[in-house]
Write a protein that binds this ligand. Structure first.
Ligand code: PBG
Length: 329
């Protein structure tokens, strides 16, 4: 008596396995998040994100040239601004000579073909560390969306290819799309953080930008009135379909690993590219375990990014992008 099918035949050697492998990671899969600060020659390691740095504009220029040589062709910019520039209106976010606007120009000057995506949300500019404007202890939806649209336009004027609203206000994609069209920015893309969960995995990112919600009894202590509850599935589809209706070119699920079921469902439900953000806490977790010698860093990293792609990601925003590309090249 023999088994009728021997699936192990297709696993007998690496040559065979590579022939039948269904999911292959390439540099084209990645968006590289970058943190930008004021100054010159500044390269500050983020305490909770080993080997990840905040860079001043001169070093940002060096970095994007290196990324381009490695085959990484899109970056997602975040800025950390001085506390004195923060308020409750997001005014600094609209400064035509602000750090983000200069960062966009720096990347475009250094590597004109590099795809520049920009974070659109108020938290790095908010005295309260929230993604919108606060009034009476609440995050205002429509007033915040209006500022986010102005912010997007300002990024487009500075040369951004894609704006990436990460705030989760209702209707903001429509506001942004309408303003961009009104102003003639027909080719500016919108990558909407559509299914963004209220996740504890964002901790290290908030360290990187010093953007955590402030601890005060008058201010919401978390982002649960706008980011999604992690118990929900249908809501993720609803959010995503609405963002597409409102004019999103790319939709996003965030974080990655705890939400791969959502990634697959959204991938099957929509016909636009689906981005997945492997967030700061997911990065920190592996770095910490690897530092202790408890996990094999490179092996686990490849398993994770491959799983994200297998689940349906058209592209992955990941702090591991450079590590992965160095490993596979
Ligand atoms: C905020 C924003 C966050 C991230 C991207 N944009 C954090 C948050 O919502 O508080 C998280 C990214 C990461 O953890 O890597 N608009």
């Amino acid at each position: 008596m023999y088994p009728l099918r021997r699936n192990r035949r297709l696993r007998t050697s690496e040559s065979m396995r590579s022939l039948v492998r269904e999911t292959i990671i390439s540099p084209n899969d990645f968006i590289v998040p970058l943190f930008v600060v004021e100054g010159k020659g500044v390269k500050e390691e983020i305490a909770s994100m080993p080997n990840y740095y905040r860079l001043s504009l001169d070093l940002l220029e060096k970095e994007v040239k290196e990324l381009w040589k490695l085959g990484l062709k899109s970056v997602l910019l975040f800025v950390k601004v001085d506390d004195t520039l923060k308020d409750n209106s997001g005014k600094e976010a609209l400064n035509p000579d602000g750090l983000m606007q200069r960062a966009i120009k720096t990347v475009k000057n250094a590597v004109p073909e590099m795809l520049v995506m920009t974070d659109v949300a108020l938290d790095p500019f908010s005295v309260y560390g929230h993604d919108g404007i606060i009034s009476d202890g609440k995050v205002l939806n429509d007033d915040s969306s209006a500022v986010l649209a102005e912010m997007s336009l300002s990024h487009a004027i500075a040369g951004a290819d894609v704006v990436a609203p990460s705030d989760m206000m209702d209707g903001r994609i429509f506001e942004i799309r309408t303003l961009l069209e009104d102003e003639g920015f027909f080719d500016t893309g919108i990558m909407a953080y559509s299914a963004k969960y209220a996740s504890a995995f964002y901790g290290p990112f908030r360290d990187a930008l010093d953007s955590a919600p402030v601890d005060s009894k008058d201010i919401p202590k978390d982002k649960k009135t706008y980011q999604m509850d992690f118990g929900n599935r249908e809501e993720a589809i609803r959010e995503t379909l609405m963002d597409i209706d409102e004019g999103a070119d790319i939709v996003m699920v965030k974080p990655a690993l705890c939400y791969l079921d959502i990634v697959r469902e959204i991938k099957d439900a929509v016909n636009v590219p689906v981005a997945v953000y492997q967030v700061s806490g997911e990065y920190a977790m592996l770095k910490a375990a690897a530092e202790k010698g408890w996990l094999d860093h490179d092996a686990v990293m490849m398993e994770q990014v491959t799983a994200i792609k297998r689940a349906g990601a058209s592209m992955i925003a990941s702090y591991f992008a450079k590590d992965v590309v160095k490993l596979i090249s």
